[in-house]
Design a protein around this ligand. Structure first.
Ligand SMILES: [Zn+2]
Length: 348
């Protein structure tokens, strides 16, 4: 679904967050002098929607999600995608009859987030976190480790435990007593057990199987989309540019033609490009009238996982050079074998 970005203040007043949320909530007025805010998160909106829709326990559990622009009036917005005031987010909200059912969904979401961030080629830690202004009981954050990260996390190299700074007070690992090291992290996902914080305040009840009326239990789950991409770049780059993990790359293969005046070479490269795309291997063709140096530099800067180079080697031996950006590995292959290599490459 897609929820409104401009949200009536009245909904935020119902939960008390209109006063509690602070200056990150951008408050605006319309022409009738009525208060609104730009949604930094959408618990109030979704709760308002479901209180009219949910009548019976038979409709539960239900999870609704959107991919939408959010706005948070950050004190110190930064350049790039890391801390923008306006950002893209995937936010999901689940509703349940009881805490046990919420626990199950929370675990499923946690598992799904592990798969998503793993598939994105990210090295990350899941840590228990403070629910802060969200309310509720448990929450955990998914932090991508990166030197430039804005949060400090503690990491146990013996058992894999990770926690936030507060754990430093204890000074060794609470699970295995091993030594903790400090690393920096970028938050890319956060999942919350909200319990009945919102549903109680806004009166979301359903009829149970015994005919009584019960307050619904809620969870919410967010992924910062731009931040995930920015974090991937922080983890995978060198001084020449980006090294895209396969699942996030804009194109898997950059097909580079080194001599645009050689028609046979241009045709062979174009055939490779067309065959790749026809078979689900996303290729882009660099057929610009630029020097070879410019083409190689751009390929490294943009960071396509593979470069397939149609140049002197093809003219001499009908072979291409295949460069794997992540490791710098180079192979000289027949056109057929090159296609096999770029087609079979795993997602990460
Ligand atoms: Zn440990």
């Amino acid at each position: 679904m897609l929820m409104p970005m401009v949200v009536p203040a009245q909904l935020w007043q119902e939960t008390g967050r209109w006063d509690k949320y602070g200056k990150e909530l951008l408050r605006i007025k319309d022409r009738h002098d009525t208060d609104f805010c730009l949604g930094p998160t959408h618990e109030e909106v979704i709760t308002d929607l479901v209180r009219d829709e949910l009548k019976s326990y038979k409709q539960l559990p239900v999870t609704l999600y959107q991919i939408q622009t959010k706005f948070r009036d950050e004190v110190r917005p930064r350049f790039g995608l890391m801390r923008c005031r306006e950002f893209g987010m995937k936010d999901a909200y689940s509703f349940h009859l009881d805490a046990a059912c919420l626990d199950q969904m929370y675990q499923k979401m946690s598992d799904a987030y592990h798969r998503i961030f793993t598939r994105c080629g990210l090295s990350f830690r899941q840590i228990n976190a403070d629910n802060g202004s969200m309310g509720g009981s448990d929450s955990s954050e998914f932090m991508v480790t990166a030197k430039t990260g804005e949060d400090e996390i503690c990491d146990c190299s013996s058992c894999g435990f990770a926690g936030n700074q507060e754990i430093l007070v204890e000074d060794c690992c609470p699970q295995c007593q091993g030594k903790l090291t400090r690393v920096r992290g970028i938050e890319v996902g956060h999942i919350f057990k909200l319990g009945d914080t919102y549903t109680q305040a806004m009166g979301v009840t359903v009829l149970t199987h015994t005919g009584s009326s019960d307050v619904v239990t809620m969870g919410c789950y967010g992924i910062g989309i731009g931040r995930t991409v920015a974090a991937a770049i922080e983890q995978h780059h060198d001084d020449k540019g980006i090294k895209w993990p396969m699942a996030l790359a804009p194109y898997r293969v950059d097909v580079i033609i080194t001599a645009m005046k050689n028609n046979a070479l241009v045709n062979a490269a174009t055939r490779f490009f067309e065959t790749g795309n026809a078979n689900g291997v996303e290729c882009i063709l660099d057929d610009r009238n630029e020097s070879v140096g410019v083409k190689f530099k751009d390929a490294e800067l943009i960071g396509f996982p593979y470069q397939v180079i149609f140049g002197r080697l093809w003219v001499a031996e009908q072979k291409v050079e295949v460069v794997f950006r992540m490791t710098g590995e180079k192979q000289e292959l027949s056109v057929q074998d090159a296609m096999t290599v770029v087609s079979k490459a795993g997602m990460v």
